[in-house]
Design a protein. Structure first.
Length: 369
């Protein structure tokens, strides 16, 4: 397996007018690469090595050891050069370590967005441009369409596979460089496409888990790595102690099951107080929020945003909202209160137009009330 170091001399693979395809080893990115060979003469496949293959090779997650081998096999099948970039240190620093730190701070992180923002797109775009490529292609389910004088990203044809929530942090200035060929297709069409091309992974199971936690047991993972695995109190809104917890990383705002508190009316996690190592619970009506403060907001349009729709979790519904700027922060006022708005998650902006539902950007939830 040919693995390149980040700072290695890349002149050996410089290809004029090349199209770079990010290949994770799954069916989606494999089909995206195959599609590009039908449109472009020079296509290069790139796969990121994010962790030790010996530890992850049996998992069903993206960018694992077996997935790298699948990507290399697909590249051979469609007759394109393929390279592996060693991003293990970058991935740990920008995804794994912040994931642990966020839980220790009583927040609920989304490592997939951090990975897209700080690894898969930031560094891959830099890499593609460095070798002289004209575009970077990925297998994400999202549409890219011209709207007025700017490019816009839209919810894809297969709304069940919509990945727009995880892509809000893409940079506006990079949109013209990125291509998303799967946006107009349904998942079953992509699998049929792969089967017709005799790609060996046409029926490969999609990755589901957090990629660096292959067994899906993220609480066990954090317990081994965290410095905050200390017992504390579970209290009500009046600070009455109801039970004891084994670590605040076991909880997220809005959680109802597994709290360890038995009351006549169900209680939910309202707040995680990392400073005092407390978990505060309340009945459902007290866990709803209508005002959200966002930090590190990223916009994917130059147009004004005010009355729009937002999504406060990846599987959540679109909520009517008004957005306003507050110095370096943004405030989102929901038309109707929403339950379980959790600090550390993303609040993503949308608006409908003649092309469909457009992704306008979003930000990270700092607080909600």
């Amino acid at each position: 397996m040919e693995t390149l170091e980040i700072n290695q001399d890349l002149s050996q693979i410089s290809t004029k007018e090349a199209t770079v395809v990010a290949m994770s080893g799954g069916v989606d990115s494999s089909v995206a690469a195959a599609m590009m060979t039908q449109e472009h003469k020079n296509v290069i496949g790139i796969t990121l090595k994010l962790y030790d293959e010996k530890k992850i090779s049996k998992s069903k997650t993206c960018c694992a050891g077996s997935d790298i081998l699948d990507a290399k096999r697909i590249a051979s099948t469609i007759n394109i050069p393929h390279y592996v970039l060693d991003y293990e240190a970058i991935f740990k620093a920008n995804v794994i370590d912040p994931f642990i730190a966020e839980y220790e701070a009583g927040r609920t992180p989304i490592p997939c967005i951090n990975c897209n923002e700080k690894v898969k797109f930031l560094d891959l775009i830099e890499f593609a441009r460095k070798i002289g490529a004209t575009s970077l292609v990925t297998g994400h389910y999202i549409k890219k369409l011209k709207t007025g004088d700017e490019w816009g990203l839209y919810i894809p044809a297969d709304e069940d596979r919509d990945q727009s929530y995880f892509l809000f942090s893409l940079k506006y200035q990079d949109l013209d460089y990125l291509e998303f060929p799967l946006g107009n297709f349904k998942k079953n069409e992509i699998r049929n496409f792969a089967k017709n091309l005799e790609l060996h992974l046409h029926d490969k199971v999609d990755s589901q888990d957090i990629c660096f936690i292959p067994d899906g047991k993220y609480k066990d993972f954090i317990q081994k790595k965290s410095k905050s695995s200390t017992k504390g109190n579970i209290v009500d809104m009046n600070n009455n102690v109801l039970a004891e917890h084994d670590g605040i990383y076991n909880f997220t705002v809005g959680q109802r099951r597994g709290i360890g508190v038995s009351k006549e009316n169900p209680v939910y996690v309202k707040e995680i107080d990392a400073t005092n190592n407390r978990v505060i619970v309340a009945e459902k009506e007290y866990v709803k929020s209508s005002s959200i403060i966002l930090e590190r907001v990223n916009l994917l349009t130059k147009n004004d945003i005010d009355h729009i729709y937002v999504r406060v979790r990846s599987s959540g519904r679109l909520l009517k909202a008004k957005v306003s700027k507050l110095d370096n922060l943004y405030q989102v006022e929901l038309d109707e209160p929403e339950i379980a708005v959790s600090p550390g998650q993303a609040c993503v902006f949308y608006k409908g137009d003649e092309n469909g539902t457009r992704l306008l950007g979003g930000g990270w939830i700092k607080s909600a009330s």
